[in-house]
Ligand binder design. Structure first.
Ligand SMILES: Nc1nc2c(c(=O)[nH]1)N[C@@H](CN(C=O)c1ccc(C(=O)N[C@@H](CCC(=O)O)C(=O)O)cc1)CN2
Length: 302
């Protein structure tokens, strides 16, 4: 209970991620090849190091092959493009992932555009974005697709619901709008510069927050009973020597108003990694001739 009021149902990420990973493993078992992903990380950002380590560990647990290419912070744009070109040409690599953010002197959009769209397991290539917005099958960005898988796991209805997204990034907000539209939701995209943000968020049946601002969403901004998905991961420095902790974009007191709420950590984060595994297996399936797949279509989602 929070403040004596009812507490929202917790939509925990790990059980939904386990479900998605089991489906990825089942699809991988139909393939004559071991799906392989190449990670590219530039510089020494500790969070990026930790995320890539976590993704490579999950790939190994699932029996996928992975390689990490850790490039120095002063890598040039040309060197980065050359590595991507080498991985594009390697038939033993099914997925190429460029960990973000890149050091400031590098152009991430230009580098992402160099990735072969068939190997774009992060779903961030303009071709993948175009397919999503045309409602055509394709590889989808991992966090938004992971949110959809989480909603599906917990049988949260999407069709006919008013979904409000707070955040308009290419990584989360924009592709999530496309996925929700394709799933027949009515979608509003707001952001931190939206005037009277609370008036918009209070209209949501489904409120998804990816704004990158700790505790932006307070209880008064949520319609009672709404489902709230918190995509924010904000590091809060520890006080009096305590370790830093993670907190979301949604204030914890929202649990007293919402019908269902994802925790941070332990909500959407694990879905991002699980979806990447599924995307890698789907990319490998798509790169395998149909007559060599053991019954699976290898279809990527709409
Ligand atoms: N190329 C990409 N770069 C980045 C992406 C991405 O999807 N593709 N997303 C984020 C970081 N990210 C994956 O890369 C990521 C973030 C968080 C988690 C996660 O599992 N978080 C845990 C907490 C982990 C912790 O203790 O630090 C949780 O929320 O429970 C996984 C992946 C930016 N860059």
């Amino acid at each position: 209970m929070t403040g004596g009021r009812a507490t929202a149902r917790t939509l925990a990420g790990p059980p939904a991620a386990a479900d998605l990973l089991a489906r990825a493993a089942a699809l991988a078992a139909t393939l004559p090849v071991t799906p392989a992903i190449a990670f590219i990380r530039v510089g020494d950002d500790p969070a990026s190091e930790s995320y890539v380590r976590g993704k490579a560990k999950k790939a190994a647990e699932l029996g996928l092959d992975s390689r990490v290419h850790a490039l120095p912070a002063d890598t040039t744009q040309a060197d980065l493009h050359a590595l991507i070109g080498t991985l594009n040409a390697d038939p033993g690599v099914h997925g190429v992932l460029l960990q973000l953010p890149l050091p400031g002197h590098l152009n991430a959009d230009a580098a992402l555009t160099c990735i072969d769209p068939r190997k774009d397991v992060d779903g961030l290539h303009p071709v993948s974005a175009g397919l999503l917005w045309q409602g055509q099958p394709g590889l989808r960005p991992c966090t938004p697709a992971g949110v959809m898988a989480l909603l599906d796991h917990y049988r949260i209805p999407v069709a006919g619901q008013h979904a409000v997204i707070v955040g308009r990034s290419a990584l989360v907000g924009r592709p999530l709008a496309g996925l929700l539209l394709n799933a027949d939701a009515t979608v509003t995209v707001a952001h931190r510069a939206t005037p009277d943000l609370g008036a918009v968020t209070r209209r949501a049946d489904l409120l998804i927050v990816a704004a990158g601002q700790a505790h932006l969403i307070t209880p008064d901004m949520v319609r009672p009973g709404a489902t709230v998905i918190d995509v924010g991961i904000n590091r809060v420095p520890g006080q009096d020597g305590a370790r830093a902790s993670l907190t979301g974009d949604v204030h914890p007191d929202v649990a007293g108003v919402a019908g269902a709420l994802t925790p941070v950590p332990g909500g959407v984060g694990p879905m991002t990694v699980a979806q990447l595994m599924m995307n890698t297996v789907q990319a490998a399936a798509q790169q395998t001739p149909a007559d060599r797949r053991n019954g699976a279509s290898g279809d990527v989602p709409r």
